[in-house]
Every structure is written in structure tokens, then in C-alpha cells.
Design a protein around this ligand. Structure first.
Ligand code: SF4
Length: 375
């Protein structure tokens, strides 16, 4: 059986954060949540028919805030997945969660349903930074949610933190990590804030007190060092884990494996095609197709995508795996373009091939666009 990652999007949140460009709608009515669950279960059933030769070995319910869904809806979704797909008994099953949703009475049944991993949004431990982001919780809310999840039997817990928040300093970022480390996370995602045009942050871009590039760079480097000192090792530009706790689902994206994304704004790479749904929630609820984009990448586009995604990983690119996959040598195609970055200490040779250094990861966009343009 071939392996498949399945992503299900839940587009609802308690309120909308000021920087948020995800497909999420605040304060949904109960009827909307019920209608959405029914529509998602329909899409799951339809896709299950095309996936008979696959086993789902990672299931990721993201959003939005999936833990805003009442338990009967979560149960209906899991039942739909189990009915339509072959779900591996040792599948990694993750739900994203935000503080002030869930609770021990919610997490226990979730564990019984088969969820074995939660990813909880903290972003910052500081009240001023959370307020600047428009987050609807405090550090204490996050700690309570975390401890309740732990008591309910979740040992694989991940937290999201953010760099580049308005008013953030390298010191305040490290304090956030210290607050998190006191809870012994097995996984930490640390993404840089991106100011997107179609958000309140985008509209106040010039007035945002954002930290400058040097401050973000120091935060990133010092933060990675601190996490590694606590045994939480970097395995991707923005992701850190205790050994064995790397996100199996997200590793599929960076390793160019097949995945299916269902729900509005979800993307798929399946059966040789990349395709995505639009954000049109109303059409989705009405049972209309919301397929927005679909393409069959050429072999060279696949090769370029592989280089872009694999170089996000600390492990980098293995010469052998590359040659096996594409029938050509990585160094003969990219070696010359990579040379200046090797000399500058932004890329390095590994036992198996090449990887970016941590300094290189900070400027990965520049390196990757250079590599792909000139190679
Ligand atoms: S909790 Fe996440 S998905 Fe929801 S509004 Fe905030 S950033 Fe967006």
C-alpha cells in the first residue's frame, strides 16, 4: 500500500488575530459548524473512493482552530476518515489547538478517538506581544490548556511561537522560550511573522513597531541554541523536536511525498498533480466543487521543488537519494551555484550531500532562488 498524508481544514476561530491570513472565520454559528462537518465528511467520503491503494499514515486536522469543534463533530470526522480510508493503526493523528478551547473533558475523549498529538498556539509569553498580535489568550491560558492536554494523556505536544512580533526583542523572545521549556515540549515550531497585505497588519504596515532584521536574526540564532541545549533539536528551518518527535505529517511536505488536503484553502499533491481548493466557504457548504487550481508539474519543476523543500531540512539533500529519484547528480547540476554559499559558511557538505547551515537558513529564500535561477 502507498502511504498518504491527509490534511483536513477547520476554518473557524474564536476571533481573528490581526496578522492572520489563514482561511478562518470568527465566531461561527452552531448550524454553520454542523453544516461544515457534514460537507467535510462528504468530501472525505468522495476522496476515499480514489484512494483504495493508500494507507493514511498521518492525519492532521488544522485550521483555524479545530478544537473549537464540539466533540460529536470531531467524532463524525474521525469516523468518516476511518470509513473512507485505510487509517494505519500507528498513524500520527494531530489536531491544532488554541488556548481557551479544549480542556481536560474535551482532550480525554479526543485521545480515545485516536488523536495522539496536539499542536497548541502560544506565539508569545508576553501580554503586550499577544495583545499586539490580537491573540485571544494569555500565557496562563496557554499553560492551563497545555497541562490539561498532558493530564488527558497527550505526551506528544507541540507549541507554536513567533519571531518578529511587534515590540519583540531577542530577550523577550528567549523569555517566551524559557516559559515554554518549563512545560517540557517535545516539539516547537518557531515561525517568523509575515505581514500579509489583506490583513489588519497589512493595512497598518508602516506603523507597526516591528523588530529590525538584526534583532530577528539574533532571536532566531539564540533561540535555536537554547532549544538545542534542552535537547530539542532543529530539523527544519522553523521546527525543532526531541529526537523521534519530529512531525511526521509535515515531513511529508518537505520530502515531496503525497498528501491530500480537504476543506477550503487546502492544498494537495496527489497522483502526480498539485491542486488546491478556494476559500469559498459558502460554495463548500452548498456542496459545490471549490477546486481552484490544478497542475501537473513537469519533471524539472518536480526536481526544483525537491531542492527547495529538502534544503529547508537540517538533513539537507542526499546525493544518492537525489540521483535515485531524478537520475541525475545533484552536485553536477547545483554544485557550482552552491559554491559561493559553501565558501561563505551558509551551506555545508554533509556525509550524504549538502545542507544549509543555520546562518544559511536565515537567508534561505535568497540562496534557493539563486540556486534555481542559475543551475
Ligand atoms: S488562531 Fe490562528 S487561524 Fe485563528 S485567527 Fe489566529 S492566527 Fe488565524
Amino acid at each position: 500500500m502507498k502511504k498518504l498524508g491527509l490534511y483536513l481544514h477547520i476554518p473557524f476561530c474564536r476571533s481573528k488575530c490581526l496578522y492572520c491570513d489563514f482561511c478562518s472565520f470568527p465566531r461561527p454559528a452552531r448550524e454553520t459548524v454542523e453544516a461544515y462537518t457534514a460537507a467535510l465528511c462528504r468530501e472525505i467520503a468522495e476522496w476515499g473512493r480514489s484512494c483504495r491503494e493508500y494507507t493514511v499514515d498521518t492525519l492532521y486536522i488544522g485550521g483555524g482552530t479545530p478544537t473549537l469543534l464540539p466533540l460529536p463533530q470531531m467524532e463524525a470526522i474521525l469516523d468518516a476518515v476511518r470509513t473512507a480510508f485505510s487509517l494505519s493503526p500507528d498513524a500520527e493523528i494531530t489536531a491544532e489547538c488554541n488556548p481557551r478551547t479544549g480542556g481536560e473533558d474535551y482532550f480525554r475523549p479526543l485521545r480515545t478517538l485516536g488523536f495522539n498529538r496536539l499542536s497548541i498556539g502560544l506565539q508569545s509569553a508576553h501580554a503586550n506581544e499577544l495583545k499586539a498580535l490580537g491573540r485571544a489568550h494569555t500565557l496562563a491560558d496557554f499553560q492551563r490548556t497545555w497541562e490539561e492536554a498532558h493530564r488527558a494523556g497527550f505526551s506528544n505536544l507541540s507549541a507554536d511561537v513567533m519571531l518578529g512580533i511587534p515590540q519583540q526583542t531577542p530577550e523577550s523572545y528567549l523569555e517566551t522560550l524559557h516559559a515554554l521549556l518549563s512545560l517540557s515540549p517535545s516539539h516547537v515550531s518557531a515561525y517568523c511573522l509575515t505581514v500579509e497585505d489583506e490583513t489588519p497588519f497589512g493595512r497598518m504596515r508602516d506603523r507597526l513597531p516591528l523588530p529590525d532584521e538584526d534583532a530577528v536574526r539574533s532571536s532566531y540564532l539564540a533561540g535555536a541554541e537554547l532549544l538545542e541545549k534542552h535537547g530539542i533539536l532543529q530539523y527544519e528551518i522553523s521546527n525543532f523536536a526531541s529526537p523521534g518527535y519530529e512531525s511526521r505529517h509535515n515531513l511529508k511536505y518537505w520530502s515531496c511525498e503525497e498528501y491530500l488536503g480537504l476543506g477550503p484553502a487546502a492544498y494537495s499533491d496527489f497522483g502526480g498533480r498539485r491542486f488546491g481548493n478556494s476559500r469559498n466557504l459558502h460554495a463548500y457548504l452548498d456542496g459545490e466543487s471549490i477546486l481552484a487550481e490544478s497542475e501537473a508539474p513537469s519533471p524539472d519543476e518536480r526536481l526544483q521543488e525537491y531542492v527547495m523543500l529538502r534544503l529547508r531540512l537540517s538533513e539537507g539533500i542526499s546525493e544518492k537519494a537525489f540521483a535515485d529519484r531524478f537520475g541525475t547528480s545533484f552536485s553536477s547540476r547545483f554544485g557550482a551555484a552552491l559554491e559561493p554559499y559553501l565558501k561563505a559558511g551558509l551551506a555545508k557538505r554533509t556525509e550524504e550531500g549538502y545542507a544549509l547551515t543555520r546562518e544559511g537558513m536565515l537567508v534561505s529564500n535568497t540562496i534557493l532562488s539563486d540556486l534555481l535561477e542559475f543551475a
